[in-house]
Write a protein that binds this ligand. Structure first.
Ligand code: ZN
Length: 261
């Protein structure tokens, strides 16, 4: 510690060792919350006002097609046989394709959040999702498709490289809650859109991730939301879709975004 003559104050220096070259700049204390699903793999809201949406329809559809093909081949197996080279190949291919997309998503997302100064990422536990808002059949398919535990693990490992923490939270499912009036009974979800009798209309998954984020914060003020950025998987990368800047969704009323529950 030493006395700084100019500033008339004591100053202390502390040696800081940064052993990871990926840490290009120090983390700010921003927070992100993720909503996880099948149609939209990840919907994310950050305290910096960023919203990210990773679309999963095509990926999920291909996973389902392969699953059907496996079932078809299994039904044609001669008696006493339980698998074939073709079936084993399809299983491997299906898993490989999903893992590749998941791993790339984890990296793309974490890199973006790191550049936003996010230090903590909250992930809602899927258990609640499965219990309250999905049919049993959809559960099995989604669960199989998502390999949720694997994804969260991958997310946490990737985050660790950047000095960020991933925390799973058991939360009451937030997808039915209106961000404007707080009602959970007057809202209707139709495909990707959540509407409420109070007049609110917004993207259901992005709204859910924002509500989930607010529950993790003591201070319920969020910065004004920017237009959500959407990503599509092309078998190699997650890239921004051309309709990323579609103005209609989420900001029906700009004030809604900046007001807490
Ligand atoms: Zn409402």
């Amino acid at each position: 510690m030493f006395w700084d003559e100019n500033a008339q104050t004591f100053r202390a220096f502390q040696p800081v060792t940064i052993d990871n070259s990926r840490l290009a700049h120090p983390l700010a204390d921003e927070t992100a919350a993720l909503d996880i699903g099948a149609n939209n793999l990840v919907a994310c809201t950050t305290t910096t006002g960023t919203q990210l949406l990773y679309e999963g329809r095509d990926l999920f559809e291909r996973f389902r097609e392969t699953t059907h093909e496996i079932a078809r081949l299994q039904s044609k197996l001669r008696e006493g046989r339980y698998s074939s080279n073709r079936i084993r190949h399809l299983y491997r291919q299906r898993t490989k394709r999903r893992d590749h997309a998941q791993d790339a998503l984890a990296r793309d997302l974490i890199e973006r959040l790191h550049s936003e100064g996010v230090s903590t990422v909250y992930v809602g536990a899927l258990g609640d999702v499965l219990e309250t808002s999905w049919s049993v059949e959809a559960n099995a398919k989604t669960h199989n498709f998502w390999a949720f535990g694997r994804f969260v693990k991958r997310l946490a490992c990737t985050a660790e490289e950047y000095g960020m923490a991933v925390e799973a939270r058991t939360e009451a499912w937030t997808s039915q809650e209106c961000p404007r009036c707080g009602s959970t009974t007057d809202t209707v979800r139709h495909q990707d859109t959540l509407t409420c009798s109070c007049g609110f209309e917004g993207h259901a998954d992005l709204t859910a991730s924002r509500t989930f984020l607010l529950r993790q914060l003591d201070d319920t003020q969020l910065r004004l939301m920017a237009q959500p950025v959407r990503f599509e998987w092309d078998d190699h990368d997650w890239s921004e879709t051309s309709h990323s800047h579609r103005p209609k969704e989420v900001r029906t009323n700009p004030q809604v975004a900046s007001v807490g529950r």
